[in-house]
Design a protein around this ligand. Sequence first.
Ligand SMILES: *[C@@H]1O[C@H](CO)[C@@H](O)[C@H](O)[C@H]1NC(C)=O
Ligand SMILES: *[C@@H]1O[C@H](CO)[C@@H](O)[C@H](O)[C@H]1NC(C)=O
Ligand SMILES: *[C@@H]1O[C@H](CO)[C@@H](O)[C@H](O)[C@H]1NC(C)=O
Length: 182
Amino acid sequence: TPEWKKLILTHHWPVTVCKMAEQKCDDIPNYWTLHGLWTDKEAQMCNISWPFDYSEIKDILADMNKWWPDVLHPNSSQLLKHEWQKHGTCAASLPSLNTQHKYFSKGLELYTRVSLSSALEKSGIKPANTYKVEEIENVILNVYGVIPKIQCIPPQQGEDAQTLGIEICFTKDFDLLNCTVE
Ligand SMILES: *[C@@H]1O[C@H](CO)[C@@H](O)[C@H](O)[C@H]1NC(C)=O
Ligand SMILES: *[C@@H]1O[C@H](CO)[C@@H](O)[C@H](O)[C@H]1NC(C)=O
Ligand SMILES: *[C@@H]1O[C@H](CO)[C@@H](O)[C@H](O)[C@H]1NC(C)=O
């Protein structure tokens, strides 16, 4: 079944997430956090009878809380539940992702492998400064050899557009892939 071809590792910039939600967040991480591991499948929610089960990822919770936090709802499983139901149940068609533990662990593993925050920092991209989307794209192409997808929110009055998310794509074998590949 050619259901999906691409895995998309989505990073969020927490400050922008809070701003977009018009929410005051405490202790906002000052690094790119993991938002999700998605497939490019158009229809999502692939198995609604497979509920999220927090107990399956107990052993990786410390890392999850640090790198894959719910910025808007601290200490809640809301984000992970949503990610599992919407995207994880689709990714689970792959044997290497067919449990919640495998799915979330793989997300953490890819996130660690990519190490986006340190790569951008090393390349001189600083969160407080303003960049063109192409500049960030080029840095990522230089570092990883692949083209990312960058999500921005439109400029607000008197401000620049802000980067909300950076997507890095992978094949089903977890090799880096250009996000532009259909
Ligand atoms: C959906 O998930 C449930 C619970 O894991 C499983 O028993 C069932 O086989 C799954 N259905 C499909 C179509 O994969
Ligand atoms: C989240 O949990 C930690 C540890 O249990 C606690 O220290 C912290 O105050 C909690 N934060 C919120 C916003 O509830
Ligand atoms: C991604 O696209 C760039 C620019 O077209 C190309 O140089 C690079 O080799 C591609 N990378 C992969 C992994 O296909």
